[in-house]
Design a protein around this ligand. Structure first.
Ligand code: G4P
Length: 535
């Protein structure tokens, strides 16, 4: 390797931070994203992201369905620079567009920010996304939001995270007051109080005054009762004796916690600064050739997400690639590990919301969008130099199931082709009944939107109208040891067995309770909610 390239890569890795936000709808993800962009100088007045989102609802026509539903199916990767750090924020689709893509995006993220509404605490979607982060062992940074409104006690929220997620917590800052009396935060690293001023709708950076904890000025600036409350709470925290342990943070066992309000910008910049200091830089990736460091000079990356028809003018498909090692350059030719073919990577794109910008180079930790004329599938590795393959992206436990029927026998071929291609693309999981007479595929998804996308695309791209019959299951479990293990246990109750697209047995349950009951009755059967897609 040339010394220049080595230096270039080392520097790029040193400067890069990549993360995704995990949260439940309405916790404030859009607002926080916007404020991070504001502090990063990527936008000058908050409101731009929201306005773009709302505008998209009106103007976007790339997919009629998107218009009908008024939601966004497209994904975004936001890049901005803050204090010479290159930050890549991978957007995780949420709300009604929650789908397997939301989970897959986490496979490309090096860090996660867990955003919690102070009044609500942990909510279902956050818990699910947390499970995926836990599986990968990535660092989780917690931002407790909406402190400007009455919420739950901060200590109670920390306790909930510890008890329910099994994560140690360390409060990096601590809120001063709450609701109307939310005045600022105390930075425990520097023993400093940050008192903020509210700006008009938080559209500009919040002005703040900083004082040391012991400073006499505090008497003038802060109500006595708030000051005493802060001191009492800090004593409690210190008494608990938790120390920030960055090794534990990096292993995903301890979460640094920040309190603030994205809307008023209180605590946002402090959070951003600490996050950049503590977050993991792009690191090693496990591959068929062992662990590969990001400064490995050959370019390698993996596809974590595919997107169809993003642009109405082109009706094209985009494969999102996480760059793992080396330097990506426009028009380079790479090898495709699964097919063994050489592919020229033309028209690479960087994505900022809906706008596309062509890119010339990309480094480890970056995400690039590649034109995908059906070449790439989820989990595919591309590389130059010696052959290697990354671990792949698992199937995540679906929660919605439906039989898909094609009522028109003359369309049999198109139906089969469409189902198979959409499965390969990762639009939906496909399962089959173990009864050979029942040939209709069972669609399995984590979000309702996936069904709609499949039906829409079958009709638009393959010319097949389909009928969807919802099935009454909400839980899927793969069986460790496959059919051999399953056949040993004999008859099972309150479940049905189906096959996934690789022929492996999957048990479907109506609810979690039935699943737990079966586990209780058959402890010898090891069930898993996540199955690897490629071995
Ligand atoms: P999401 O992307 O996670 O779904 O959340 P989003 O940012 O859209 O925020 C959901 C609602 O919560 C919005 O109110 C937003 O203004 C509000 N919000 C976000 N952060 C804060 C905060 O720190 N404090 C308070 N008080 N509210 C916050 P909305 O009424 O649904 O929308 P809008 O009319 O304000 O845009």
């Amino acid at each position: 390797m040339t010394i220049e390239l080595n230096e270039e890569l080392s520097q790029a890795v040193e400067q890069r931070r990549n993360f995704a936000i995990i949260s439940h709808p309405d916790a404030g993800k859009t607002t926080l994203t916007e404020k991070l962009l504001l502090y990063g100088g990527a936008i000058h007045e908050a409101g731009a992201v929201k306005a773009r989102r709302d505008q998209r609802k009106v103007t976007s026509d790339w997919m009629a369905m998107e218009q009908q539903r008024g939601i966004s199916i497209t994904s975004t990767v936001l890049q901005f620079v803050y204090h010479s750090c290159q930050i890549n924020l991978l957007d995780t689709p949420g709300h009604q567009d929650f789908s397997e893509d939301t989970y897959r995006t986490l496979a490309a993220a090096d860090n996660a920010v867990m955003l919690i509404d102070a009044a609500k605490g942990l909510e279902p979607q956050t818990r699910k996304l947390f499970e995926v982060c836990k599986l990968r062992g990535i660092p989780i940074f917690t931002f407790v939001n909406k402190l400007d409104r009455p919420g739950r006690e901060p200590l109670e929220l920390l306790d909930e995270i510890e008890q329910e997620l099994g994560l140690q917590t360390y409060a990096v800052n601590w809120p001063i007051g709450m609701g109307d009396r939310f005045k600022g935060v105390f930075d425990r690293n520097h023993n400093q109080i940050h008192l903020f001023e509210r700006s008009a709708h938080g559209s500009k950076e919040a002005r703040s005054t900083m004082v040391n904890l012991g400073d006499a000025k505090i008497q003038e600036l802060l109500d006595q009762d708030l000051y005493h409350q802060l001191k009492d709470e800090l004593e409690l925290l210190e008494g608990a004796g938790e120390k920030l342990d960055l090794d534990l943070v990096h292993q995903g066992k301890m979460t640094p916690v920040f309190f603030g309000s994205a809307m008023t910008n209180f605590g946002v910049e402090l959070f951003l600064k600490c996050f950049l200091e503590y977050a993991l830089k792009p690191g090693d990736h496990q591959s068929s050739a062992g662990k590969i460091a990001p400064t490995y000079p050959e370019f390698t990356g993996f596809v974590f997400k595919l997107q169809a028809n993003m642009d109405p003018k082109h009706r094209d498909r985009v494969a999102f690639v996480r760059v793992c090692t080396g330097k990506f350059e426009k028009d380079m030719t790479v090898n495709h590990a699964r097919t063994g073919k050489a592919v020229r990577l033309s028209r690479p794109q960087k994505l900022f919301a809906q706008e596309r910008e062509s890119i010339d180079v990309a480094y480890p930790g970056d995400v690039i969008g590649l034109n995908n004329p059906g070449v790439f599938a989820i989990g595919d590795t591309i590389y130059t130099g010696q052959k290697l393959e990354y671990e792949g992206i698992p199937y995540f436990s679906p929660e919605l199931f439906a039989t898909l029927r094609n009522p028109n026998p003359s369309k049999f071929k198109q139906f089969q082709k469409g189902v198979s291609e959409l499965r390969e693309e990762g639009a939906v999981q496909i399962m089959y009944s173990t009864d050979e007479a029942k040939r209709d595929p069972i669609l399995a998804a984590v979000g309702q939107l996936q069904f709609e996308v499949v039906q829409f695309r079958l009709q638009n791209e393959y010319g097949v109208e389909t009928i969807l019959d919802l099935l009454p299951y909400t839980v899927a479990r793969w069986v460790d040891g496959g059919w051999d293990a399953l056949n040993k246990v004999g008859r099972l109750f309150n479940t049905i067995t189906v096959k996934d697209s690789m022929g492996r047995p999957v048990l479907l349950f109506r609810n979690e309770w039935n699943c737990q009951q079966l586990q209780g009755d058959h402890p010898e059967l090891k069930l898993s909610s996540i199955a690897p897609v490629f071995s």
